[in-house]
Structure formats: structure tokens, C-alpha cells
Design a protein around this ligand. Structure first.
Ligand code: DGL
Length: 472
């Protein structure tokens, strides 16, 4: 037994046709419903948009602690069901499979019509589902883009609605014995569709068919609700409450104490932090540390038209400033410039600021490492004479604002052999203090917790909020 609610989603009021059946057939279940009315109709949108909007609704339902999610929307099912199902660890189901199965059980002639939104039609989800099971069926698909706006504006009983429905389905009349209402809004137009198609045509309400599947999964996962005194269903819309309430009130007649609320579900675009580097190793470290901080990390790879900034400075700070301030002036973004290097005591701090170009103009990591080993050859068996530290200076720059500078070191020594596959640059040769492993043998998390860049990033994270505030 599980008394958490079932979450249902739709682009608007269409999914209420599923809710009606859930209330009738599964009276012990509590419901949380979200209709993204503000962004409906979904049917004319791209798969990417529909998927992103569906995720907004899914996340909203998860915040309500639902035990199962029903995509009470064919369009969302066609675009996003598989992705959402694979990501969540609660049962997720859509309306297309149940609708297709019911049509196959009903048809005598195997001539099946499917009316749906354009996006559902383009996905070919119904055709594929039907043909997989009965290859000699004939499927006639038709998009009816005018239906959803009629339903959303509560015009189902108007003369216009009658005319539009008759004209829209005309091309299917006489061709099929079974018609799938492949959009959960359409059952609200059912009398008109039946009249237009003729009384002998069987109409399949894909949403209503889904309730059987919901019931099967509740049983299978032992998620059924207890019989309770009363259920507290909640309905949410992303647009105005009143028009939604009116349609829900009519459609869910008998539901006492109908509660409709407004919900904001759109995920705000993340703030962008541009890291002035093309080095993917560095970008990954920034992503690890700043992703959780609410920033989307971009790198110079995302801005292919920006010029290369020459590192002409003679200090780490000068180079980090050059990169951050110039790129920020060109893009107008918050930019983090980083300059890092390894400073070896026996070499008087070299290669230091020249670490990247140590073995030539654009050397490989292996060439740099080989040169370092060669320069230290005289101290081969004396780790105490091979002490070194990694250094990072980070500069945060925004146009017309004094930059923020933080720095950190990571102490250790240079090994006599390269060890490990992780990390980049001089990591395979650098053995941190109190460690027997090289920096390239540490796991990403271990390295980030102690490294020069990890520490500098922590300092930046601490200082950044106040700096950003003063900048505004
Ligand atoms: N109820 C949705 C469906 O089942 C509506 C589509 C739309 O918003 O266009 O497809």
C-alpha cells in the first residue's frame, strides 16, 4: 500500500479525460495534475521543445512526491516517454500503447484511423505500435490541429466546433471501422466526432484505456492506495486558474471540492560562466565544482569565432587577467581566466608561467614531461631535491568591473617516472605531499578536493557571490 499521489501531466486540460477515468475506476488514488496551459498547444512544437516542457512538468510532479507519473498527453508520450522512463526510478507510463492495443482488439476490418496532433503524427508512434503487432492492418493518420484550441477555449458546444470537426475528419469517413482519439483533448469533442464519423465507427479513447495499465502497474509494484475518508486531489495550471477550473468542473462532475492552483514550472535558464580555455580537462574540473553552484559552464570551444589571446604576461596573474578581461570585453559574459603551472624548486621555479610551452611552441604533455625529467636527471634518487608545487591563479572578469583574483598552490615533488592515466599536463609526474600516488593516479574527486585548481575554485566560489553583488 502506498498513499502518495499519482502524478498526471498534459499540455492543458486534455489529460482531465484520463483523470475522469482514474477517479471512476481507482477511487482510492489521490491525484496531482499539471496542465501546461500557458504553453499549449504542444502539437505544433518541435520534439526538443516538447521534451523540455515535459521535463518541467515531470520535475514539478516529482516535487509533489508522486509515486507514479502518467503522461496523459499523446504528444508528450510520443516525444519524451522513453527518456523520462529511463531516467526515473518510479513507474512512468504514456497513453499511446494502451490506445493502440485497444484499437487492435476492437477493429473487425483492420482499417484503423488515428487522429492526433501534428507532432504525434510525425512521430509515427501509433503506426509503429500497431504494425509491430499486426502487419496487415491499414492505418490512416490525420492531424487535427484545430481541435486543441477549441477545447482549451471551452468552445466544445459551439457551432464553430461542429463545423470544424466535420470538416477535419471528412477524409476518414467510410474508410475505417475504428478511430483512435490520439490526443487526450479529443474525448471532450467525442459527440461531435462520433456524429461526423457515423455511429457505426468505434471510437477509442486512448486516455481512458490507459487506466487499465495504471491499475496493473499499481498492483505489480504494490503501490495501491488505501481506502480513505477523503482524497485531496490537486490540479495545477501554468495559466489562469478560472478557465481551467470551468472546464475541469464540467468534465469532472461529481468531484467535490475541486482545487485548482496556478504553478510556475519553467526552469530558468542557468547563468553562464565562460571559462577562457580550450582545455577540456580544465573545463571538466570547472563543471564538477560550479555545476552544483547553478552555473552552466561554457568554454572557448563554444565560441569558435573568438580570437586566440596571447599569453604575453610574465606572471600567472597577468596571463589569467589577459584571458579573462579580454574575452569578457568581447563577449559581455562573466569570464573566468585561469593560468596554472608547475614550479620546480631545483629549477628556480621554472617552468612556472611557461609550463604549457616548456618544450616548444605547442608541445604535447609527453614532450613537456620528458623535458622535465631530463632537467632533473641529476637528482634522480633524491625526492627531497625534487620538491615542486602546482600553482593556479584564477581571475573573474565582467565588463566595467574590477576583476576578482584568487590563487592556490599544491605542494609535492616530481617523481622519476610518469604514473597514472587520469588528469592532464604534468599530473603523471607530480606526487602530492603525504601521498604515494601521482596526481594522475588520483580519482577525479580526490584530485579536485586537494589540487591547486580545486582549492582556487573553492576560494572563487566563496568570494564570487559578494563580488557579483558589488558589481551590480
Ligand atoms: N493532450 C495533448 C495530446 O494528447 C495535447 C496536445 C497539444 O497540446 O497540442 O496530444
Amino acid at each position: 500500500m502506498n498513499n502518495r499521489p499519482i502524478g498526471l501531466l498534459d499540455s492543458g486540460v486534455g489529460g482531465l479525460t484520463v483523470v475522469r477515468e482514474v477517479l471512476r475506476q481507482l477511487p482510492n488514488e489521490e491525484i496531482v495534475y499539471i496542465g501546461d496551459t500557458r504553453r499549449a498547444p504542444y502539437g505544433s512544437r518541435t520534439k526538443e521543445q516538447i521534451t523540455a516542457f515535459t521535463w518541467d512538468m515531470v520535475n514539478f510532479l516529482l516535487s509533489k512526491n508522486v509515486k507514479m507519473i502518467v503522461m496523459a498527453c499523446n504528444t508528450a508520450t510520443a516525444a519524451a516517454l522513453e527518456e523520462v522512463k529511463q531516467t526515473l526510478d518510479i513507474p512512468v507510463l504514456g497513453v499511446i500503447l494502451p490506445g493502440a492495443s485497444a484499437a487492435l482488439q476492437t477493429t473487425q476490418t483492420k482499417k484503423i484511423g488515428v487522429i492526433s496532433t501534428q507532432a504525434t503524427l510525425d512521430s509515427k508512434a501509433y503506426v509503429k505500435n500497431i504494425m509491430q503487432r499486426t502487419s496487415d492492418a491499414e492505418v490512416f493518420s490525420l492531424a487535427c490541429p484545430k481541435f486543441v484550441p477549441i477545447v482549451e477555449s471551452n468552445e466544445m458546444n459551439s457551432e464553430i466546433a461542429k463545423k470544424v470537426v466535420h470538416e477535419s475528419v471528412q477524409s476518414l469517413v467510410g474508410k475505417v471501422d475504428t478511430l483512435i482519439l490520439g490526443c487526450t483533448h479529443y474525448p471532450l469533442l467525442r459527440p461531435l466526432i462520433q456524429e461526423a464519423m457515423g455511429s457505426e465507427v468505434k471510437l477509442i479513447d486512448s486516455g481512458a484505456e490507459t487506466v487499465r495499465d495504471i491499475s496493473v502497474l499499481l498492483n505489480y509494484f504494490a503501490l495501491n492506495g488505501d481506502k480513505r475518508q477523503e482524497n485531496h486531489h490537486e490540479f495545477y495550471t501554468t495559466a489562469s486558474v478560472t478557465p481551467f477550473y470551468e472546464i475541469a468542473h464540467n468534465w469532472l462532475d461529481g468531484l467535490e471540492d475541486l482545487k485548482v492552483f496556478h504553478a510556475e514550472i519553467e526552469t530558468k535558464p542557468k547563468k553562464v560562466m565562460l571559462v577562457a580555455t580550450r582545455n577540456q580537462g580544465k573545463v571538466r574540473e570547472f563543471e564538477k565544482l560550479f555545476g552544483s553552484f547553478g552555473y552552466q559552464i561554457k568554454s572557448l570551444k563554444d565560441f569558435p569565432n573568438l580570437p586566440d589571446i596571447d599569453e604575453t604576461g610574465t606572471t600567472f596573474e597577468a596571463n589569467a587577467r589577459l584571458k579573462a578581461e579580454q574575452i569578457s570585453a568581447l563577449t559581455g559574459e562573466l569570464v573566468i581566466g585561469d593560468d596554472s603551472g608547475i614550479c620546480v624548486d631545483a629549477l628556480g621555479g621554472r617552468p612556472g608561467v611557461y609550463s604549457h610551452r616548456y618544450a616548444g611552441e605547442d608541445p604535447t604533455d609527453a614532450q613537456n614531461n620528458a623535458k622535465l625529467l631530463q632537467e632533473l636527471a641529476a637528482t634522480e634518487n633524491q625526492p627531497e631535491k625534487r620538491t615542486a608545487h602546482f600553482h593556479t591563479t584564477l581571475v573573474a572578469a565582467c565588463p566595467q568591473h574590477e576583476s576578482l583574483v584568487v590563487e592556490a598552490d599544491w605542494q609535492g615533488h616530481i617523481a622519476t617516472q610518469a604514473q597514472g592515466e587520469n588528469g592532464f599536463g604534468y599530473d603523471p609526474l607530480f606526487v602530492p605531499e603525504n601521498s604515494s600516488k601521482s596526481a594522475a593516479e588520483l580519482l577525479e574527486e580526490e584530485k579536485n578536493a586537494q589540487s591547486h585548481r580545486g582549492q582556487a575554485l573553492q576560494k572563487l566560489m566563496l568570494a564570487l557571490p559578494e563580488w557579483l553583488e558589488n558589481k551590480a
